[in-house]
Write a protein that binds this ligand. Structure first.
Ligand code: FAD
Length: 305
């Protein structure tokens, strides 16, 4: 089994920054990523709030540059999925491409969009079902779509979609929004938005592409069908912390609890970026966390010789 000083799980901005700092500090470091190096930000058409790029930069390019930079400074990376994580004298990391051991672990596995969990959702994902209005909105030019959810993300998505589509139905299971006041006012003033209250989606309909949604009004009990060409699901995020729940302390929502040096409740395990409790879930904060965690890992290893 190959041994490392640091293993980083997740290759988004937080993990890649941790890897850059750990490698530059001379630590033998491995980063494990199951998808695209760069993480979630590769889905952003334009990132305008990451310092250093006065005209903005595409998320895909930013992610790719972070990956190249970390590798240039000696970070080893593999494309594999973490399958099991156990604590022994060292931490054991089992993946789809083999098993590894390390004295310190940096968890940078981010979070995922919560699914509706209804029939048709998975089958039609990418065929009208989307979790990213910024990425896919333009595909529905002059068509009618729905957004499911009533929080800040759902309303931001709905407003963003009005730039492209003919009409947006906002389907919310309650009779009022959970979004901030300003967003709510903008949403109510936007003529392309129509709100469907007290309603949940029961099924996503369609063969090869989505043709509509089967709805259920939770107050009246009535069932109905809404014809739409797309549905954007914005019902929250889920931290990818399942593999660590019996090893580090999590909050009620499953986010990993850390101190300000990114240390978790387990010795030598650090957590960074969107998976961490109280993260504001931005690239700039994820990279800050990554740098801090790598320095903490370095100090931890030094203190233990
Ligand atoms: C559409 C969109 C637009 C955004 N726009 C902006 C913006 O303009 N500005 C901004 O600051 N932020 C933006 N964000 C938020 C930003 O992308 C995140 O805050 C940031 O990517 C968090 O970085 P992270 O490294 O913590 O997590 P992530 O980027 O989520 O990376 C985590 C990585 O871990 C991997 N992983 C998870 N589980 C495993 C496993 N078991 N095994 C192996 N690998 C695993 C995942 O594949 C993923 O690549 C946007 C997000 C989205 C979705």
């Amino acid at each position: 089994m190959t041994k490392y000083e640091v293993i980083i799980i997740g290759g988004g901005p937080a993990g890649l920054t941790a890897g850059l700092y750990a490698s530059r500090a001379g630590l033998k470091s491995l980063l494990i990523e199951r998808g695209i190096f760069g993480g979630q930000i590769v889905n952003a058409a334009l990132v305008e709030n990451y310092p250093g790029f006065p005209q903005g930069i595409s998320g895909a390019e930013l992610g790719s540059l972070m990956h190249q930079q970390a590798v240039n400074y000696g970070l080893e990376v593999i494309t594999a999925e973490l399958t099991e994580f156990t604590a022994g004298q060292l931490y054991n990391v089992s993946t789809t491409k083999g098993n590894f051991e390390a004295a310190t672990i940096i968890i940078a596995a981010g979070s995922e969009h919560r699914k509706l969990g209804v029939n048709g959702e998975e089958r039609l994902s990418g065929h009208g079902v989307s979790y990213c209005a910024t990425c896919d909105g333009f595909l529905f030019r002059d068509l009618e779509v729905a957004v499911v959810g009533g929080g800040d993300t759902a309303i931001t998505d709905a407003l963003e979609l009005t730039r492209h589509v003919k009409k947006v139905y906002v389907i919310h299971r309650r009779d009022q929004l959970r979004a901030g006041k300003t967003l709510e006012e903008r949403a109510f003033a936007q003529p392309k938005l129509e709100f469907i209250w007290d309603t949940v989606v029961e099924e996503v309909l369609g063969e090869k592409m989505i043709s509509g949604l089967k709805l259920h009004n939770v107050k009246t009990g009535q069932h109905s069908t809404l014809e739409v060409h797309g549905v954007f699901v914005a019902v929250g995020l889920m931290p990818n912390s399942q593999s660590f729940f019996n090893i580090v302390d999590l909050d009620d929502a499953g986010y990993i609890i850390t101190d300000e040096m990114m240390a978790t409740s387990a010795p030598g395990i650090f957590a960074v970026g969107d998976i961490r409790r109280n993260s504001v879930r931005q690239v700039s904060t994820a990279v800050g966390d990554g740098a801090t965690a790598a320095m903490s890992a370095f100090k931890y290893l030094q203190e233990r010789g």
